[in-house]
Design a binder for this molecule. Sequence first.
Ligand SMILES: Cc1ncc(C[n+]2csc(CCOP(=O)(O)OP(=O)(O)O)c2C)c(N)n1
Ligand code: SF4
Ligand code: SF4
Length: 857
Amino acid sequence: VLDRTKEPGAVGEPLYQDVLTALVESGPRPLPRVIGGRYGLSSKEFTPAMVLSVFDELQKDTPLPHFTVGIVDDISHLSLQTDNQSWSEPQVVSRAVFYGLGADGTVGANKNSVKIIGEETDLFAQGYFVYDSKKSGSRTISHLRFGPDPIYSSYLIEEADFVACHNFGFLERFQMLDIAAPGATFLLNSPYPADEVWRHLPSDVQSQLIDKQLEMWVIDANRIAREAGLGGRINTVLQTCFFGLANIIEPDQAIAAIKASIQKTYGKRGRAIVDRNWAVVDASLDGLERVALPTEVMGGRTMRPVVPPEAAVERVTAAIMAGTGDLLPVSALPVDGTFKTGSAQWEKRTIAAEIPVWDPEICIDCARCALVCPHAAIRIKVVENEEVLNGAPGSFKSKIWEKSEAERLIVQVAPDDCTGCGVCVSICPAKSKEVAKHKAIDMEPITLHLDDERDNFDFFLSLPEYDRTRIRLDSVKGSQLAQPLFEFSGACAGCGETPYLKLMSQLFGDRIVVANATGCSSIYGGNLPTTPWSKDAGGRGPAWSNSLFEDNAEFGLGMRLAFDHHARSARHLLEEMEADIGQLATDVLAADQSNEAGINQQRDRVEELRRQLSHIGTIEAKRLGELAEYLVTTGVWIVGGDGWAYDIGFGGLDHVLASGRNVNILVLDTEVYSNTGGQTSKATPRAATAKFSAGGKTTAKKDLGMIAMGYGGVYVAQIAMGANMTQTIKAFVEAEAHPGPSLIIAYSPCIAHGYDLGEMAAHQKMAAESGYWPLYRFDPGREDKGDHALHLDSRKPRIPFKEFASTEARFAMLARSQPEVAARLFEEAQRDIDDRWHLYEQMVLVERTARFGDLEE
Ligand SMILES: Cc1ncc(C[n+]2csc(CCOP(=O)(O)OP(=O)(O)O)c2C)c(N)n1
Ligand code: SF4
Ligand code: SF4
């Protein structure tokens, strides 16, 4: 009996137990031999060879009563040995394997190819897909089979007649030709033409091409898609090439079928999109070139190691990253399930077709590019001493820092981590006076800069970090001189959520714990085996944990209560020992930790306290030594999306706001459930289309900020980084400083909004200027100083909602498909905006005398 589950501690898995019970109660006598095993957990492969090994086991005189199959369990020694040569797939089946980049459309195109073959020919077709749960930009592998008989192969292809690599950078990282059968066809999406590509291939790839005598073809799919106005959507180009090369259907018939499916998929989006895709189909076969294979390996690049040796994560993390994690024996896995932080830095994905290139002559040192970059892939550093730049690579650039002639500023891209989203370039305000369209950073093809910028980024990392105590962290420039402790996340290119988390990590990352609700932020935040949450040279960084969707606010509150409890115990012990320890104890107890300098001094004191305690042999001293770290302030940040905050986790969130405890809640408001594909939440505004609101949402967005302001003692801010960077930074700083609960609602553009996220800052600005997303800060602390709590950081709306809505597909689609409904909903949405603004204007004037009240201990 094979169970795809694990019941630790049980006599056997559930199905095994049910079968046994049924047999014992009413089965044949004597009882048949029954053995039970686990298979397929964590999407492990289950192949015919494994099935054979189970039957072989059953034949033995004393088979293992409980076994596993498909893993190497070298701890319990209960796994069955599988002989992969014991079975091979029938030759009548054609097999094709495609390596794509998450979100480039490869998987969708292959599903469509399966449909075309199934419908247009007598062949049977099957698609089987492998991808991880990263948001985008990671590898997808599509396994397609076609044959004259029905196909029931629910396992991966081991030898393929056709292999396609849709991303050139993969060649350096994955051994993708291992799977190619001798004489197979290899299609490569290449920025280099047929007569140039060879020297750019890693030598391992060259050897395999020669040894297996593969038929190699190249196409510059990115250029063709770009020229047709399709951005990075290369799927149509490569799908057309597949049909052109695979000889499954007559090319003309295949092209007609692809065009028909384009019409079906994009018809609703308008004629122009359909025409662009059709043009791409026509251009694709013309761009396909056969590569004449040289007879020997020539000057190729070398494959990059999965991680550099200094990462010290080769055994497990690197194996999972390389896609061979399933081969790890059980003994290799960490006993307590912990993994190293800061590991996203090793995951060099090299997914950008273009990266920003800096021109220091034009740069005005504003640091905006670094602030808005969703991937921490463009950084600034200021070096206090020019001599540290000695030994820099020849192409390394720096400029005099406008704040101090003696110091030099560097703006540096991480070429392998940049996603090419373009957010940094579009926010850059510095334009050349001489060269049209030239800015202080411009996007340029990565192929021209990759090698130089790799060296430059390595050198940049080796430069010292700027002294945090010398910077004003509450400014754009100052905050960007602080090291990000959230870097290179696998969020979608141009994600609007991640810049806020990165900023939070720069401002307070060395002293916070993060409770993260399920959603995009838990996926790009902690997707085994890597995490973008990182630490500084001193080993300090955010401690991060993901809880359930529905209890994250309480999860964070629990952290707060635990920290407070430990801090109270430590203070109590210290008070009792004050006489023995003397002035140091008094200083620790009276410390002002309201700013960076105060916290640093307290860290030093606590270090000294620990040292002194280690010489005192009492139980109290030992206990205080264990608790001493709690005498340094730790901030609690509770993070999640709008689906969590407005809907599923709202009860808990409300409870935590009412608790009065010192926690900070950050809502990454994409106005839909982004991680699961864009379903409506209570944060979805009226008139927007979303899943479950295909005809436009008919009710207004819930005003979460208003609910929180109703408590009186909660700090509340509504922010949009691209609309007002300084206000965003101030809100974070004020929220952290507020002694009670704080709520920041951060407008987070998302792929679900339907526009080029490279332009997200402009959209955020328009959202604020139209009153769609008014910026404000409600700070109860201001009332103690005789000021009003609510400050509006936006001016009176001056752009009609309709104008803003026309720039985003989530609204514009409705206007196209149902103009009358859209007209009505847009009008109602405008009234929502006007009424809310009117209400806020009145609230600004409210004078309150009541206070939130003290906490009950
Ligand atoms: C109780 C529960 N219901 C549903 C899910 C599935 N689920 C995981 S993430 C997610 C969407 C999260 O949306 P949101 O909170 O808006 O965050 P975003 O993905 O937009 O960042 C859903 C529905 C779940 N994990 N738990
Ligand atoms: S293009 Fe995008 S990922 Fe690359 S540096 Fe600019 S903002 Fe960051
Ligand atoms: S919020 Fe949107 S853009 Fe960001 S990772 Fe989630 S789906 Fe992608």
